[in-house]
Design a protein around this ligand. Structure first.
Ligand code: AMP
Ligand code: MN
Ligand code: MN
Ligand code: MN
Length: 279
């Protein structure tokens, strides 16, 4: 039995390839009954997704994936059941989008210096929402024939130390937690195994996260192996955290896990949705 819940997905409001309406229809067809739309640093898709979910008779959770800088690393937090009208949250989102716009122009300049012109123009003319993401630059580079897959582009152009990578500061962990919790949300660390932190560092991240009021970890994730999930399940149990599950779905063509195929949480976990009202 797959989970009928998916609490981490993207639409064209950020770097996904389906509109919020298409995403909801796709999720409903895949057997999902509770879906969180968690676009990067933007809440613009939520209204359309909610309307579509009513039609499909599934439950839409207002979510977001926030980009955070913690000790020189980028960490993603997923906020669930947030009120998108919370002004301090929107103020942080505006700041993040301003940084993204500057970063995208800088990525364009850096790629041009490496003999690849036109990236910023291509990306800004094709993006459907307000978010300029590395995913869009990856699509440009594949389209320009610079690499054979998006994954390849990240490896050669967009990872730290590569020509198209622009370092910078997102929002702080403390501020992210403050505005997400202020917006009434529950907060989980997205795909915690993906950061490749040592146990010591991961525990330090969790210490800071808990101090700021954070609630849980994504135990089941489209980018976790089975082992990763069991490791994270042991950590949530030990630290008294809640467990979340999300595919991190972006695109039906991509090799990440398909919608509706998330495995159940390990038995030892307390699900973040254990006290949600499903009526
Ligand atoms: P950004 O937030 O603009 O820095 O872009 C990060 C996004 O890039 C992530 O949310 C993923 O969707 C995508 N991404 C990161 N690494 C990879 C990868 N190796 N292959 C494909 N997509 C990736
Ligand atoms: Mn993404
Ligand atoms: Mn992420
Ligand atoms: Mn994501």
């Amino acid at each position: 039995m797959y989970l009928p819940i998916d609490l981490h997905t993207h639409s064209t409001a950020s770097d996904g390839s389906l509109t919020p309406q298409e995403l909801v229809a796709h999720a409903a067809a895949a057997g999902i009954k509770t879906l969180a739309l968690t676009d990067h640093d933007v809440t613009d898709g939520l209204a359309a997704a909610t309307a579509a979910a009513e039609k499909e008779q599934i439950k839409l959770i207002n979510g977001i994936e926030l980009s955070v800088s913690w000790r020189q690393r980028t960490i993603h937090l997923v906020g669930l059941n947030i009120n998108p009208d919370h002004q301090p949250l929107q103020d942080v989102l505006t700041k993040l989008r301003t940084f993204r716009n500057w970063r995208a122009q800088e990525m364009g300049r850096r790629l041009e210096k490496k003999g690849i012109p036109g990236a910023y123009e291509w990306v800004s003319s094709r993006v459907r929402g307000e978010i300029l993401s590395r995913t869009h630059f990856a699509q440009f580079l594949v389209d320009a024939g610079k690499a054979s897959s998006v994954n390849d582009v990240f490896k050669h152009y967009l990872k730290p130390g590569k020509p198209g990578f622009v370092p910078g500061e997102w929002t702080s962990l403390e501020e992210a937690l403050e505005v997400l919790i202020g917006a009434g949300g529950q907060v989980v660390i997205a795909h915690p195994a993906r950061y490749k932190l040592t146990m010591t560092k991961l525990n330090e991240l969790i210490d800071d996260f808990r101090t700021g009021g954070g609630h849980g970890l994504e135990v089941v994730s489209g980018s976790h192996s089975k082992d990763d999930s069991y490791r994270m399940a042991a950590i949530v149990k030990k630290r008294g955290l809640l467990a979340s599950a999300g595919s991190d779905f972006h695109d039906p063509e991509s090799p990440w896990i398909a919608l509706g195929k998330l495995p159940q949480l390990p038995d030892s976990c307390r699900a973040i949705w254990h006290d949600w009202d499903f009526n």
